[in-house]
Design a protein. Sequence first.
Length: 237
Amino acid sequence: MAKGPILTHPLFERWEALRKRLDSAAQRVNRAPQSVEVVAVVKYAALEDVQALVGSGLCRWFAESRVQDAQARRTALDTERDAWRFIGRLQTNKAKHALELFDHVDALDSLSLAEALQRRLEGTGRRIGIQVQVKLTDRETQGGVAPEGVKAFVEGLRNFPNLRPEGLMGIAPLGESPEAARPTFKRMKELFDTIFTGPVGPDGPWLSMGMSGDCEVAVEEGATLVRVGSDLFGPRG
């Protein structure tokens, strides 16, 4: 972890407060705090704040939801591709550009996208991490694989040798209170446990659920990755 002036940046007060919340949530259910990692969602963050967090070494993961934004931001940052996770709905015609920027795609929900990624990776010797998005609401605008089809979908990814299934991702229904989201997170954990077994290592498998408003409940229900933007970087400008 970096030491010195960079850690005086106001961002780190928010980081410390967030980590305390996550650590306390983990301890309430007898989990090790280090079993929960943060994905810093930088979509609305100021570049200087992202630079500060990257330089500190405190956070392992950073996420973008639009390829064009990632291209511009990565030009200004000195980071490894492996640190970045794509969390938006990736269009197949953006697969090539996404693979130039990311080693993890956290919202896979179609075999056509899996095929597009595989074609681009064929013969490269490179494997990228894939999280399958689970559809947790009835909203047509939310992507994801229906819960009853997730296990077969993950098994189908074995046909794509350059894709490495590394977990599930889900977004609780918008507008719900954290407590109202608890049953959704509980169902996600049950589904995850039917598909991924064994201990969590440095490359997963991950259960990615929970955002700024509901991350503590998500941790209590088993999340190992939480996606946080506004609680780290402040509200949208």
